[in-house]
Design a binder for this molecule. Sequence first.
Ligand code: AMP
Ligand code: TRP
Length: 331
Amino acid sequence: MDKKIVFSAVQPSGIPTIGNYVGSIKNWVNMQDEYNCIYSLADLHTLTVKQIPAELRQRSYELLALYLAAGLDPNKSVIFAQSHVPAHAELTWILNTVTYPGELQRMTQFKDKSSRHAENVNMGLLDYPVLMAADILLYGTDFVPVGADQKQHLEITRDLAIRFNNRYSQTFTVPEPLIPKVGAKVMSLQDPEKKMSKSDENPNAYISMNDSTDDIIRKFKRAVTDSEACIKFDEENKKGISNLLTIYSLFSGMTIPEAEKQFEGVGYGEFKLAVGEQVANVLQPITAEKNRILSDKAYLESVLKDGAEKANYLAHKMMRKVYKKVGLIQL
Ligand code: AMP
Ligand code: TRP
């Protein structure tokens, strides 16, 4: 049996947080043996909000270094930058012709980002999910490991695949999201009603994958919780503590009930310190390795080159099929 195909991506639009790590990248690592995995830097997607060009380039290297430091292996998986494979933009055009503006205007992320970037509501921001659908459909993807916030984008991807297949005959695999049971939505440390986001204006709200041990411990100490002094998982009434328990569980490998047991009768101060230390212990070697890899640009570029070659081969094959189905002349 052929291995199933996995595709996912993160935008190099800021320093990834532990939310990106546990919601997404960490899970990619474990899939590399069982599946044919394709992991991308969604650099074209970042252009939908204003970027500083030199920073975008640097962040792309950083995100790639993080992928590698976290355990993505270029000998097992295809690792590449979206902009190095022109077929992503080409398929976006074709899919645009089967997409309705109304279904894009309804997307939560579009509504959210257009209110946050009211000065720059551009066509790219509206079309963002179609580019994402192209990313996924180009490779005959079966599974897409992502955090909970991407569920709606996966739904439109499936709709577009089905619509295209109905109009032009079976072409695309209809993909399924893989959303982790624990860690699909890590919440802000300052406002546990909001998801942890790398674009939060308050850096105390997130733990970035670049934070030092001291920063990490300080931020957890300041994390907003309730005043009940009882470490129990209760997402209704104790959002802050539940988020910390979730993070602790993800970084220690313990289940949430095991963690609750370990911290029975312990004060919030001591608990927050323990969470901070646990996260710092796991992140420290990853950050160190990331920085080591980052200093070797030639290596990073060789990974991108090799990945682009493999991805272009696969994507080009799919584009020929698509162009043929829609009736374009093949030379
Ligand atoms: P982005 O930062 O938007 O490029 O997201 C990259 C990946 O991280 C996607 O799979 C998201 O679903 C996931 N992700 C982002 N924020 C969180 C969070 N707070 N908790 C869990 N997963 C997240
Ligand atoms: N939109 C995703 C995010 O912000 C990133 C992304 C782009 C992606 N293309 C993708 C994720 C394809 C999965 C598959 O998180």
